[in-house]
Design a protein around this ligand. Structure first.
Ligand code: RB5
Length: 142
């Protein structure tokens, strides 16, 4: 499975740790940057990841910024993206089981590294439940 990952300056440290961790677990990771702590604009990176998800160039995506909200708001402008913000592992589970999020968004300035890794693991290993949740997802597009 190929996972695309993007971040702004607030998410760069966790991004590098996640790339290393995911690769150690056998995932292929595509890095959409940024790779330094120099201040950048999160939409530049969110749009690059979202396009890759929509084109099927990556199977899933992970995005990190300070609060997660800038990334989530931008990513969700793309019709083919369901980006969900998670700050606890139970939310990571529900955002896949109920919302079938194809991009997980993490608030890097508000969670520990251990929590970030736990959320990612939970989200990756949880199956979508379908059924009534699929019906609700079908009603999302505008
Ligand atoms: C950057 O300072 C910060 O605004 C950004 O990482 C994010 O939290 C925006 O939503």
């Amino acid at each position: 499975m190929t996972i695309g990952i993007c971040n702004d300056h607030a998410g760069v440290a966790y991004k590098f740790r996640l790339v290393k961790y995911l690769e150690s677990q056998g995932y292929q990771v595509v890095n959409f940057g940024t790779d330094t702590e120099v201040s950048v604009d999160y939409p530049d990176f969110a749009h690059a990841l979202a396009s890759a998800v929509e084109k099927g160039e990556v199977d899933l995506g992970i995005a990190l910024c300070g609060t997660g909200n800038g990334m989530a708001i931008t990513l969700n402008k793309h019709q083919g993206v369901r980006a969900g913000l998670a700050w606890a592992s139970e939310i990571g589970r529900l955002v896949k089981a109920h919302n079938n999020a194809n991009v997980l968004v993490l608030p890097a300035r508000f969670i520990s590294w251990q929590m970030a890794r736990r959320i990612v693991n939970t989200w990756l290993t949880t199956p979508f439940e379908g059924g009534r949740h699929q019906r609700r997802i079908d009603k999302m597009p505008v």
